[in-house]
Design a protein around this ligand. Structure first.
Ligand SMILES: NC(=O)c1ccc[n+]([C@@H]2O[C@H](COP(=O)([O-])OP(=O)(O)OC[C@H]3O[C@@H](n4cnc5c(N)ncnc54)[C@H](O)[C@@H]3O)[C@@H](O)[C@H]2O)c1
Length: 495
């Protein structure tokens, strides 16, 4: 299967637009194809709209953004791309026809995936050429923020195609979930559908409004679901003996009329109730306004979950670790063995003076040091073994401004290393003119985190740090290193 540099999109509506935004953000070029020429404006708008949230999702150094082009010639798109994602309307015959046609123009090692919410891959691949490279890859809206993608193979799908798709989606920051067996609705939509049908019944029977039913999720189960699924949460509900006790206690309820999964008749009256209910909830806000609110909290939740390395936060953490590693070993290699990390001034890092606020300098230096640690083997596994490097002293100097969205890079030096200590020096530069913006000198102590005291570091880690230090030994000592509050003492001022 091909390495994916260019992604082809078939259908550029809500889901096609989401795929475009995510792929471009992770440095993949996109050729978007739709039968309607007016969709070009739409998809460019959708990508632009997603950028605000995507820019805040991760602080890790990303590859340069991909380029977006648009065509109404589906076959021309198929001939020039490395991977095709189909997102046309959910109609079996239409999808079958378009997929078969496109498969005759795409090279046989180009994976073709369908975003279908519930159609079966065996049905979709029936008329295709090289059907073994076809699979279902079902994303969730907004595709650019939600990492889940369900991968489902049909009878003719090869393991190679599933593996290649898994690699590609992981590269663009997603969590591929392999569905063992094809089934209408895959996994997630079956669960969502059960809830949805119950909602329609409760509204239809006049038991609750759409708003009340949303409250019943938002203030309770929804918060739990952000990081743990129903099963693990219910395991906790059983107390010390977990799921076993939970099933014993609530087992009898399974026979009670707590749900009726058949959908109710979709009458005009029910449709009106659903529409009126959700319009009241929207309270005059446009779809775009509510989308921005949703994107903001989705970013915030993922940032929080990242700290706990759980759920979507764990996916984000994994992709960031890879981005930092690629950046450290990448084309923008730093001089004389210095470690380089690229970053950008996020809009929310800016203070009332219009430039990067003090605390964010520590964050940037911290990210650069994390990249250094990872490169010498101090990673999550090392920390899980009860060892870590703690900051014991920091000195920051500032020499130029960094404005919002300014691209920056940090060059990191190891000034000294012994068994228990690492003395590092970071120089933060503006990318556009290489001007030095700030420096951060830090001393780290290696600790046994369980005993809470200093201890010798792993010899392999020490050796790698010593090698880095040796490779930088030809550089002159940084003039800001070893300083205290320089300006006051230079001017002779005393307080
Ligand atoms: N909307 C969601 O929440 C969601 C979530 C996951 C998956 N999906 C699935 O993604 C697919 C697309 O859904 P959507 O919500 O983006 O639909 P949409 O109606 O927003 O977009 C469909 C696009 O396909 C284009 N199109 C129609 N016929 C075409 C053809 N023959 N060739 C090329 N383009 C054609 C249309 O012009 C339109 O731009 C569906 O299979 C749907 O089940 C949707």
């Amino acid at each position: 299967m091909r390495e994916v540099k260019t992604l082809g999109l078939l259908g550029t509506g809500v889901i096609g637009g989401g795929w475009a935004a995510r792929a471009l953000h992770f440095g993949i070029d996109v050729v978007a194809a739709d039968v309607k020429p007016e969709m070009e404006r739409w998809i460019r708008g959708a990508v632009e709209n997603a950028e605000g949230a995507l820019a805040r999702l991760t602080f890790a150094p990303l590859p340069p953004k991909g380029k977006l082009s648009f065509t109404t010639d589906l076959n021309a798109m198929a001939r020039q791309v490395d991977f095709i994602q189909e997102n046309i309307p959910e109609q079996l015959e239409l999808k079958q026809r378009v997929l078969a046609e496109v498969s005759r123009h795409a090279r046989p090692d180009v994976v073709i995936a369908s975003s279908t919410s519930g159609l079966m891959p065996t049905d979709l691949q029936r008329e295709m050429e090289a059907p073994e490279r076809f699979l279902v890859a079902h994303p969730f809206n907004p595709v650019y923020l939600l990492p889940l993608v369900e991968l489902v193979g049909g009878q003719k799908t090869s393991t190679a195609a599933l593996d290649a798709a898994s690699r590609f989606y992981t590269q663009i920051g997603m969590h591929p979930l392999r569905v063992r067996r094809e089934i209408p609705g895959h996994l997630t939509d079956r669960l969502q559908e059960a809830l949805w049908r119950e909602i329609l019944h409760l509204v239809n029977d006049g038991v609750a409004t759409t708003g009340e039913l949303d409250e019943s999720i938002v203030y309770g189960p929804g918060l739990r679901w952000a990081a743990m699924g129903t099963n693990l949460i219910y395991h906790l509900a059983g107390g010390e003996t977990g799921m076993r006790h939970m099933l014993r206690q609530f087992g009898p309820c399974l026979k009670w009329p707590w749900t009726k999964l058949e959908a109710p008749e979709l009458t005009e009256e029910l449709i009106d109730r659903m529409v009126e209910g959700t319009q009241a909830q929207a309270a005059g806000r446009s779809i775009r306004e509510i989308e921005r609110l949703r994107d903001d909290y989705l970013v915030a939740i993922q940032q929080v979950l990242k700290q706990f390395n759980i759920g979507a936060g764990a996916t984000l953490r994994t992709v960031e670790a890879r981005l930092y590693e690629e950046n450290a070993s990448g084309a923008t290699a730093a001089p004389a063995g210095l470690q380089r990390m690229d970053t950008q001034v996020r809009p929310e890092w800016v203070d009332y003076n219009g430039h990067m606020t003090d605390s964010r300098y520590l964050q940037v230096f911290g990210d650069a040091i994390d990249a250094l640690w990872r490169s010498v083997g101090v990673d999550d596994a090392y920390r899980a073994s009860g060892r870590a490097l703690y900051t014991v002293e920091t000195h920051v100097t500032h020499s130029a401004e960094a404005k919002p969205l300014e691209p920056l890079y940090v060059l990191t030096r190891v000034l000294a290393v012994d068994d228990k200590r690492v003395h590092v020096f970071n120089a933060l530069h503006r990318t556009r003119d290489d001007v030095l913006v700030a420096t951060g000198e830090q001393m780290y102590l290696h600790v046994d985190t369980r005993a809470g005291k200093a201890t010798s570091m792993d010899p392999a880690v020490r050796e790698k740090l010593a090698q880095i230090r040796a490779s930088q030994s030809g550089l002159p000592p940084p003039k800001q290193a070893g300083r205290h509050i320089g300006i006051m003492s230079q001017s002779g001022a005393r307080s």
